[in-house]
Design a binder for this molecule. Structure first.
Ligand SMILES: [Zn+2]
Length: 101
């Protein structure tokens, strides 16, 4: 599928996400909680146990925003490795997580 005459960078025009597309859609969508989790993990290991509280916050934040894509990332990656085709939300916003064909 073409988008403004340019090939979609997430699926290269095939409609099913590449590994990089999965990363962009599922993981980078949750930049802030991911950053909190990363910082608090490093803090907890090197500094103080209280950083684990912050880690909890980072895990809960996507729930509060009802954005579960971060948690779906491992699922999407495993499905991709197992040979399933993942729908590209940029080319086909109405589609579900997986392509039916
Ligand atoms: Zn696409």
């Amino acid at each position: 599928m073409e988008e403004n005459g340019k090939e979609c960078s997430l699926c290269h025009g095939t409609g099913s996400l590449t590994c990089r597309g999965i990363l962009v859609i599922y993981l980078l969508a949750a930049k802030v909680p991911l950053l909190i989790i990363l910082v608090s993990l490093i803090g907890a290991i090197t500094y103080s146990r209280y950083f684990y509280l912050m880690l909890g916050l980072g895990m809960v934040l996507p729930l509060a925003r009802a954005d579960f894509r971060m948690y779906l990332y491992p699922v999407a990656l495993i499905a991709k490795l197992a040979g399933k085709k993942l729908n590209c939300p940029r080319c086909n916003p109405q589609g579900g997580m997986f392509r039916r064909f």
